[in-house]
Ligand binder design. Sequence first.
Ligand SMILES: [Zn+2]
Ligand SMILES: [Zn+2]
Length: 456
Amino acid sequence: MLRACFRNAHPLVVASRSARLNAFGFRACSTHAASYTTTRNDTPDKAYTHTKPRAHTNSKTNLKMGKNNKKKAAPPPESLFHIVHPSSSSSSRAIVDTHTHLASTFEAYRHKYPSGQYTTVYDFVKGLYAPAGVEAMVDVWCEAPVRPIWKEFADAALANEQRAEKWGGVEYWFVMGVHPHEARLYDDAVEADILEAMTHPRCVGWGEIGLDYHYDNSPRPVQQAVFARQLKHAVRLGKPLTIHTREADEDTERILKEEVPREHRIHIHCFTDSPAFAQRLLDWFPNLYIGITGVITYTSNTDTSTAVRNMFPSLPSPSTSTSTATNGASEDEDKKLRILLETDAPYMVPAPIYTSAPFVDGEGKGKKLPLCHSGMVPWTAEFVAGLLTPSPSSASASASGSEAATLQEGAEAPSKAAATTQGENGGGAEKEARGGWDAARVMRVARANARVVYGV
Ligand SMILES: [Zn+2]
Ligand SMILES: [Zn+2]
């Protein structure tokens, strides 16, 4: 749902210091340069804010970044990105990130770490994603006009040997479409490029497309027309859909029901809207899944958690639960969890990562990560498991995550709350497994769902 604007980038180029900006294609983007802030009508005091990595700063953003316009703090050590969740490993390859903006993520990394150890997107994936246990990713191209570099990424994933050599064995897949923000730039030429990309063997869907009435970066009638037009093509081609919808519940639902057969495979990515809306979509489309990003872990966002919990009507509400009731580990229970795990990287770091040892008393103490990557999916899975396993410890895990989440905006230390649950909750899969849900099981189910939707 969020992406950098960098149409001219060539990520395989090693930039010299003087040429860096051009080589990596950073440019100001009027539609995305501001901080990412969602203010909910029902919780106006709890906006969640993500500061978008940006290439060009200006006085306005500097003012937003820190008090008194003081100099930005240096980013935390690059080594912190190598953190691996106990539920994953390079050998288990448990992670499937079903929605990520890889080129943006790599460029954000290069921007934050101009002298960083990874100078190509391939080395970045080999060095960070593969060791973290990433089996597969669905990369998202949603700019207009289409960026030609997509083909180089995709071609590098065609053969087994190439995938091993270039991508470290990570299965690279992609979807393509035009984001609602840029709907006004959609034209026949863009459409022709997308249609060409749809024939690539590594293309697994059409997206992200949809409606975004939060920003209204394109006029709403244009967004709707472009959404419908892309849906018609995707349906005709039998391509799974990646949908971006934000504060546009009624129109998104109406257009989807008008244009898309009920059996079609659909991913409502980075869901943050009303739980009732999610339920209506789930009820109507049997092959529709809700995309869960790190945003579910943020204090200001309770809708996503509620939408997930509503998939299990027998769960007691968090406020009344004092028992340790769990769901059985049956396949029927697994089928209820109609989610896909995603990062929507580079921006939304799952907050519970700050309960991990390096951030509690290691080199990450007092730091926050400036970007997210696919290896962080397990912390989101762990949070989801906590939602489905109501118990005192899951409640404290949520509290800890929430506290850490408030730090997304600031640059100060997450150590206080993190330290309180590290011993209890940071110890890995075996501790989480209480006959119910744990991070590993959530990832297994989501992995199976990714196969249903995208065939990956
Ligand atoms: Zn989106
Ligand atoms: Zn996205």
